[in-house]
Design a binder for this molecule. Structure first.
Ligand code: MG
Length: 287
């Protein structure tokens, strides 16, 4: 396992203002933020940062925010050999590119609402590449210099709607379908990172649903950046979700879902039912 140079979180201070902090310490799978402390820094997520000298804060005591606010999220389909096999799809000969809307982004701890109209919503644990500068028409050997860092991403997907529609905008575009975090990990080698998805059930059961490694990627990070940047200009903060390993499965209300990646940390989100508007009105009217 390699060690990042720095991990940088965004969090909300007591006045509600978003702040940046250097991350210290490591939680556990049952308590991802246990013992994690934040050292406030001034500066830019994509540039220089320095400590402000303010007291450190407990990560559990504040609200962590999505580490970046992307202008777009580029997803890559069937990019792990084992996941393509489980879906019965051949490995693509060129990267299969789709978009998730920035409105789907939520941060660590924010709930994933299950939308009415879908009977099957799946988790997909993914390594996300975060752009640090503008990148256009790059070669693979130029692309890596544009990376700010990496974060965990859950490419939540309404599997039934994906099959019905044939295109992905609805199935992958619901509000809350793109949890990212818990922070940005800078200076990581993405070529051999273990990534896992865990489901924590209300009765205490813990299920390891996905257990993969980025060494199984069909198209690696440099290749993906080059490929995508020859289609669309990538801007600072944009995300490339590099695909998911085998083991995708359903999310049910009440579970907490975790995406854990070596050298980054654990992104955890509770899953809830989203009442439709009619239900909400009835509830508001008391019947
Ligand atoms: Mg995916």
């Amino acid at each position: 396992m390699n060690t990042p140079h720095e991990r940088v979180a965004r969090y909300q201070d007591p006045s509600g203002r978003p702040r940046l902090a250097r991350v210290h310490g490591q939680g556990t799978s049952l308590q991802p933020l246990e013992g994690v402390r934040l050292e406030p820094v001034a500066g830019d997520l994509f540039g220089e940062r320095s400590p402000t000298g303010e007291p450190w804060v407990e990560a559990r005591a504040v609200r962590l925010l999505a580490p970046v606010l992307p202008s777009k999220i580029i997803g890559i389909g069937s990019n792990y050999r084992d996941h393509a096999a489980e879906l019965g799809r051949p490995l693509p000969t060129v990267p299969k590119v789709f978009l998730k809307p920035p409105s789907a982004v939520i941060g660590p701890g924010d709930p994933i609402p299950l939308p009415p109209g879908s009977e099957r919503v799946d988790h997909e644990a993914e390594l996300a590449v975060v752009l640090g500068r503008t990148l256009s028409r790059a070669r693979p050997d130029e692309a890596m210099a544009a990376i700010a860092g990496y974060t965990c991403l859950n490419d939540v997907t309404a599997r039934d709607l994906q099959k019905i529609d044939g295109v992905f905008a609805r199935a992958k575009g619901f509000d809350g379908f793109c949890p990212i975090g818990p922070w940005l990990s800078v200076g990581l080698d993405p070529s051999r990172l273990g990534l896992r998805c865990r489901l924590l059930h209300p009765d205490g059961r813990v299920v390891l649903a996905q257990d993969g490694n980025t060494d199984q990627l069909a198209f690696g990070v440099a290749e993906l950046l080059a490929f995508v940047s020859n289609i669309m200009t990538l801007w600072p903060g944009d995300l490339i979700a590099t695909g998911t390993p085998a083991g995708v499965g359903p999310l049910v209300a009440g579970v907490r879902v975790q995406v854990e990646i070596d050298g980054i940390g654990i992104l955890e989100n509770p899953v809830i039912d989203r009442a439709d508007r009619a239900d909400q009105r009835r509830a508001a009217q008391g019947g």
